[in-house]
Design a binder for this molecule. Structure first.
Ligand code: SF4
Ligand code: SF4
Length: 391
């Protein structure tokens, strides 16, 4: 296992454990299996475990596994405040105490504002006194570091980076999302500010393993290195020095061992020029299977009506293969933002098409995307209804 330092000098394993998808049996989390998997990961050198208040049963199962294994002091715990549910400082405190109780711990090492999409949510929290509350918790040793997880576009991400002296942040990033959400430019902006970046969705919710088209699968099978699809996706991230820790939603012993194997030589610059060309080939295979050939270059931005064109197309391209997951991401990245950045906001001015190097029919495709991605839930969210419990 390789380790990379955070702002405090703490050595984080480059492979972190994403605790959203714990194994289940009979509709419930299988605690014995969770304990065995957490124990295996800890023994193999994983020391960063990421959960959230809204991951069903995850905090309690993780806490129970660490209690049974007696290894709380060997790991860093990351947990998230569901900021979208918080209405007051007292409400945040209540939620935090619940999290400590579920985890069976007296402190949380990495504490994130969950799912910020732009500065407005952070400003709202500041107006409630949450920033001072976080700083008091930190001063009292109840939390170790203050950060946020992000699902918006690059410009909003950079604004958020500068809105506070963050200890760390967490973004969705993988070789298919190189130019969407925070993207490579966001990663580099965080690195330039000395902010460690934790990566979520490194394999696009499994898409870069099980959702690969046949051409890409064959490429991987024929490659002399014998690397797995996961190994390629993870190494693409570890190659980049701005990446501190990559969260993998591991839910079998086999997956843990495969991911740990890939992490053995996970040094910055670990990919050769040939490796990069190979991954470009995988990306091209994936893009060939997509509905619109948007490369995410961003030349069409900014749209005067606020449409996040590359973000919309990234979700639209994935909608066939990923169904509900893509719709959820679309809602998170465009619908839950104060001003909204969705496809239906397009007023048809045509400015974007004049700048698109791929000469894409942007306006027509946005109409198709809006029809497909903006269902009743999206409309409720845009109307200001709190819909979290519905998805
Ligand atoms: S055509 Fe639509 S998406 Fe393109 S710039 Fe104009 S409003 Fe924005
Ligand atoms: S300019 Fe064209 S290819 Fe580039 S992000 Fe916009 S739509 Fe996609």
């Amino acid at each position: 296992m390789q380790y990379r330092a955070d702002k405090t000098g703490a050595q984080l394993s480059v492979l972190g454990y994403g605790c959203l998808r714990f194994p289940r049996a009979g509709g419930r989390i299988d605690q014995d299996a969770v304990t065995a998997q957490i124990g295996e990961a800890v023994n193999l050198g994983v020391n960063y475990f990421d959960t959230a208040y809204i991951y069903p049963g995850s905090e309690a199962a993780l806490g129970e596994a660490l209690r049974r294994l007696g290894c709380r002091d060997r790991v860093y715990l990351a947990d998230k405040l569901p900021q979208y549910l918080i209405r007051s400082r007292a409400g945040a405190q209540k939620c935090f105490e619940e999290q400590l109780a579920r985890l069976g711990t007296d402190h949380i090492d990495f504490y994130l504002m969950h799912m910020l999409s732009d500065c407005s949510a952070w400003e709202k929290l500041c107006a409630m006194g949450i920033r001072e509350w976080l700083e008091e918790l930190k001063a009292g040793g109840k939390i170790g570091r203050i950060g946020f997880s992000f699902h918006g576009d690059t410009a909003a991400f950079v604004q958020l980076l500068d809105a506070y002296d963050w200890d760390f942040c967490q973004i969705q990033y993988n070789y298919l999302d190189e130019h969407t959400q925070a993207g490579r430019r966001g990663l580099e902006a965080a690195a330039a500010r000395g902010i460690p970046v934790i990566i979520m969705e490194p394999l696009r919710g499994g898409r870069l393993i099980t959702g690969l088209p046949d051409a890409a699968r064959k490429r991987i099978a024929d490659h002399p290195s014998g690397r797995s699809a996961a190994g390629w996706g993870l190494r693409w991230l570890w190659d980049q020095p701005g990446v501190t820790c990559v969260l993998s939603g591991m839910n079998s012993l086999e997956m843990i061992r495969d991911n740990v194997r890939a992490a053995e030589d996970a040094l910055p610059g670990c990919l050769s020029a040939e490796d990069h060309a190979f991954i470009d080939g995988l990306k091209a295979d994936l893009q060939d299977a997509m509905r619109i050939g948007c490369t995410g270059c961003g030349y069409c931005q900014p749209c005067p009506a606020g449409v996040d064109i590359p973000g919309v197309f990234a979700c639209y391209n994935r909608a066939t293969a990923e169904g509900r997951h893509a719709k959820k991401e679309y809602l998170r990245t465009t619908g839950l933002r104060r001003k909204g950045t969705g496809a239906s906001q397009c007023v048809g001015c045509g400015k974007c098409e004049a700048h698109c190097p791929q000469h894409l029919p942007i306006r027509a495709t946005l109409k198709d995307a809006a029809r497909e991605l903006e269902g009743p839930l999206y409309k409720l969210a845009r109307a200001g209804v709190r819909i979290l419990h519905l998805w």
